[in-house]
Write a protein that binds this ligand. Sequence first.
Ligand SMILES: [Zn+2]
Ligand SMILES: [Zn+2]
Length: 345
Amino acid sequence: MPAQDEPRPHSLGLEPSPDESLQSYVFRLARRRRTEPPHALAIRLGWARLATRVRRDVVERLAREAQVPLKSLLPLWRGDPDNSHVLFWNRRLPVSALDWRSGAGRKVCPECLAEFGRHLAVWDLSFVSACPIHRAALVDTCLACKLPLSWKGDDVAWCGCAAGGDLRRIRAAPVTLEQAHATACVQGMLGDPRFASEGAEALARPPFQNMTPGRAVEFLVRLGLDAVATRPRRQPFAFERLGDYDVPPHESLARALAAVGNWPTGFPAVLDHLRRHHVTDVGEATRRVTTPVVRWVTHVSGGGGKEIRRAVAEYRRATRALPGYVSWHDKRKARAAAIRSDGEE
Ligand SMILES: [Zn+2]
Ligand SMILES: [Zn+2]
């Protein structure tokens, strides 16, 4: 923080950090300049609300305003609001990868916030719920006002409520080593330089051959949600949590990573787990659980996902030998026979 008697008009040399969110930079810039609150600054530049994605021209305006090169702000940009994907450090992710797209949520690691004085971009991801460095769950509620954290007030480290709410003083719940490691892997896969080796190691796993890191992360998120489901998912293998989970993302990621690390047996074990929740016959349950995987993997470009396709085919083949399996063909034959016998009576 500069002394208050430093009358410098513009950015005051405030460089954006590639690991922070655009909201974080707007907050820090407004605080450094002390001429208007962050929300006023954001709205003047073209934001509708602070916790939304903005068009590139808003980022260009921010760069001019702050007198920093546009290219230093682009890593903080999440892509055009009209895009059906989110940009995250040059990787493409489904739109629901961003937690705050509905405008409410914000979550933080209190210790990182104290250390860096900025809001890290990875905390905005729906599947990141732990800090691998501090082995702690991210915090999403203010202790002072008991309300969900959002982008209020004028300091990135404070809740912004009337009760105060220093986010750096909140004690976060610990997570296990596996949960922290899984989160580190995913952050590394996305390009977080602090976890480059964890990311590279995860990307070397067989299912991720020829797959972009963004797609590989997507696979882990989808598989993790299947792995922790306690009832049939409305959409198996969906990227969205759809509100029916008690298990936090750091646990579902840990399960997905364990399944991928134990390739190829770990993957069919997850499919099996999800299939058992279906009350329909084995054949139908297998189709429900595997069809979305095949549909997804078909859209993976560049020859990636071959191992996944192969594993699904093998799983389907093995299912046919199970007791209670009825194929589509047998079902049709049985239906035709029933109709014939009805006619004979
Ligand atoms: Zn932390
Ligand atoms: Zn508060």
